[in-house]
Structure formats: C-alpha cells, structure tokens
Design a protein around this ligand. Structure first.
Ligand code: AMP
Ligand code: MG
Length: 418
C-alpha cells in the first residue's frame, strides 16, 4: 500500500495555500509500483506503466493521400500540360506493383502504396483524360505532393507514449496503430470512502425527520471512478470518535487512500481530526480555499487519509483540487494541470486576500462574441443546485480581492475536471 514518509509532520499547523498543501501531499505520496496487463479495449482511463517506442513507422509505408495518378518526379510537367499513358492501377490494400515506367502514370487510390519510383500524385480532380485515353497532367505540381511518406507521423523507434500517461481514446488509437493488443498499466488505486455524520441516511434506507440523504458519497465515488480508482463504499460513520477511529483503522491496510467527507471542522461534533490523531498522525487540516477550508490530511498505518468537508460544494471543490492530484500521484500519472480558460466576468465579487476561491458559474457569449462567466445567484456551500445548474468554476487566485464585471478571469469547465 502507499506509504508516506514521516518528515511531513514538520509542515502541519498553519493554514496552507492550495499549492503548498498539494505539493506537500503529493511529494509525500509514493506512486504505486504494481502493474497489470490489460487488453487494449479495456485500457481507456488507465495509467500507462511503461514507455512505448514505435515498433513500426507510421504510416508503415509511403502511400497516396488522394485518389489520383502517381508519377515519377522527373516526369512532372514543367511549363505546359503533358499527356502520359497509363501503366496500371493500385488500390488501397492492393499487392505490390512493379516499378513505374518512365513517362507513364499509375492510377492510384487514397491509402494505396506508391509504386516504386513514383514520388508524386496528381489529384484526379486536377487531370483530364484525352481522346487517346492518356492522362493530361497540368504543370506546376511540386515533387512529393499528395504523398504520405512512411514515418511522417511517427518514425520507428520514437517514444510515442510515455509511462504515466492517463490513456484517452487517442492513445488507444496509437497503440492499436502499432498493432498492440495488450498494455502494461498501473493497477487501480484502491480508495475507501466514508461519509460521516449522524444527520445522514443512505438512499434506500429509512430517513428520520432530522436526517438528510447522504449525497456526497455518491458524488465522490463517481469522481474517483472517473479517475480510474477501485472504490470501496464503506457507508456512513457516526459522529463519535471511537467508532470513527475503528472504522478508519480497519480499512487502512487494504487501501491506498482513505477518503472521508464531513466532520473536519472545529465543531464539537467534528471528530475526524481527533480520530486520525488517536490512531495515526495529522499532517494538515486547514487549506486556504473557499468553498472548502477544513480539509484534513493524515496518515493511518502508512495509508494516507484525506478528510473533505461535509458541505457538498466544498466537498466537490476540494476533491478536484486536493484529491485529484493525490490520486494522480498515487497512480504515478503525469500531473495533468488544470488550466483555466480566460473568460470575462459578468459579476461582482469580493474575496479575502490570501485565499483561493472558486465561484460556480455558467458561460454565455457576450454581444461582442467573448465568453462571459455568470455567477450562480446564491453562494451557500450546501446548494447542490449550484453545481447542477452551472458549467464550471471561476478560479480567483490568492492575490485577488474583488472582481468587477468585465474583468478577465479563469474558468474551469466541469467537463475538464475529471
Ligand atoms: P460537516 O462538515 O460535518 O460539519 O457538515 C456540514 C454540512 O454538510 C452538514 O450540516 C450537512 O448538511 C452537509 N453534509 C455533510 N455530509 C454530507 C453528505 N455526505 N452528503 C450530503 N450533505 C452532507
Ligand atoms: Mg458532520
């Protein structure tokens, strides 16, 4: 299981910036070294475990980029049209063709291998056939035109896929183009997920009048699965230090990460921090992020734990900015930076200096065509509607204190976050 080195305690205590907290957590998390081999069709979303060097050039052979007529570059018409007789026909997937005869042209189709000696192809739209059946070629075509040389995409031996790459459909396409059927990937990161709180009932179970259904657990489990994790759903732990501590202790050995939601603030009924301290060590518990602030990070029997706040929006935001990089680090994945896209604020907002804040917003196109972020009208960190009815998060950096309409801000689309 993932182990954390011990000297991380030195950083505990004060409120850390998001970057400091993530830097601290990810530098102490050791990447999982266990590999497994999966079929190419099952590899989407997995983390590649080894570099892949091209076993063959792409394209594997020089071929025509168009339907048309292949010629030797020496036979290209220079200043006037020239009619050349036909010397055969090659279609895509067709067998080997004899070398092209001088002063001849070969009928060729897209993807077909060029006949030996030919380096250039005329598009069929650019030629005409004369009464004698000869192909009339116009002057002015450059040598090598309309040809895809072997290896022009990827030369043989080039490291085309890197270890740590989180595989997306285009990476699978490349592996398939190399003829690979199986890939070595990092085994799935095992994450134990708990909700905490006496006020919570699981969907499907009876709900007392003073309870609400646990929604965070389902959101977090889905987010983890989108990151390729294997999730253990451990239900709801009561707001009581000993049972919390026992619950956490039980799962520590068998998982790479423990994720909890709720119970990390400083209220009398917030017991996660104390439970972690009683059976492990607390590394940090406050991050300068809104919504979010209380985010605990600790270690129990060598297994990292991240305790997210209970308010659903805070839980969502801190998952994206703290848990996501931790999961990527555990999987040995290249950190995929979240780069906010520049948009124009269509709202007024005041914030605290020194804290990073995320504003839920919808995008629209302004009259001049520029994208504008419209803030969700209400701010509560408990409003699920605010996540459901918006397109993403406006990121306001630590040094910003207020936003006026028209100001440029960075926007992170929900579509890009996971
Ligand atoms: P806490 O961080 O434990 O103080 O929780 C803050 C608030 O978040 C609670 O009052 C609940 O309304 C809400 N909350 C906590 N946990 C969950 C959960 N798992 N699902 C939905 N809402 C929750
Ligand atoms: Mg609670």
């Amino acid at each position: 299981m993932a182990q954390l080195s011990d000297d991380c305690f030195a950083f505990g205590g004060p409120m850390l910036s998001v970057d400091e907290a993530v830097g601290l957590i990810t530098s102490r998390v050791n990447a999982i070294a266990d590999l497994e081999t999966v079929a190419l069709v099952d590899a989407d979303g997995r983390v590649l475990a080894r570099d892949i060097a091209a076993p063959l050039p792409l394209p594997p052979f020089t071929n025509s980029a168009v339907d048309g007529y292949a010629v030797r570059s020496a036979d290209l018409p220079q200043s006037a049209e020239q009619a050349l007789p036909l010397d055969g026909r090659i279609q895509a997937g067709g067998g080997a063709h004899a070398p092209i005869k001088p002063a001849h042209t070969v009928r060729i189709f897209t993807g077909a291998p060029l006949p030996p000696g030919a380096e250039t192809v005329f598009m069929q739209e650019d030629v005409r056939i004369d009464q004698a059946g000869k192909v009339v070629l116009p002057p002015g075509l450059k040598p090598g035109a309309n040809v895809r040389p072997a290896g022009e995409d990827i030369p043989q031996g080039h490291v085309a896929l890197r270890a740590g790459q989180r595989l997306r459909p285009q990476h699978l396409a490349l592996a398939a183009a190399f003829g690979l059927t199986r890939l070595d990937v990092v085994r799935r990161i095992r994450v134990a997920v708990f909700s905490t709180g006496d006020e919570l009932a699981s969907p499907g179970e009876p709900r007392a009048p003073s309870q609400l259904f646990d929604s965070n657990r389902f959101m977090l489990m889905a987010m983890l699965r989108r990151l390729g994790c294997e999730v253990s759903d451990l239900g709801i732990l009561r707001d009581e230090r000993t049972s919390l501590a026992n619950g956490l202790k039980q799962v520590a050995g068998g998982h790479d990460l423990i994720l909890t939601t709720g119970g990390v603030s400083t209220g009398e009924e917030d017991h996660v921090k104390a439970a972690v301290e009683s059976i492990g060590s607390l590394v940090l518990w406050r991050i300068a992020i809104k919504p979010g602030r209380p985010v605990a990070m600790g270690i129990i029997a060598g297994t990292p734990l991240i305790g997210l706040p209970g308010n659903p929006v805070a839980s969502f935001v801190t998952f994206v900015h703290v848990v996501r990089p931790t999961v990527l680090a555990l999987a040995g994945s290249l950190q995929e930076q979240l780069l906010p896209i520049p948009v124009r604020a269509a709202f007024t907002y005041k914030k605290k200096i020194g804290r990073r804040e995320y504003v839920r917003a919808t995008l629209r196109r302004g009259e001049d065509g520029v994208l504008e972020a419209v803030k969700f009208p209400r701010e509560g960190a408990g409003l699920l509607s605010s996540l459901v009815e918006t397109d993403g998060l406006v990121e306001l950096g630590e040094d910003i204190i207020h936003v006026e309409p028209g100001r440029g801000v960075g926007f992170l689309s929900y579509a890009e976050l996971l």
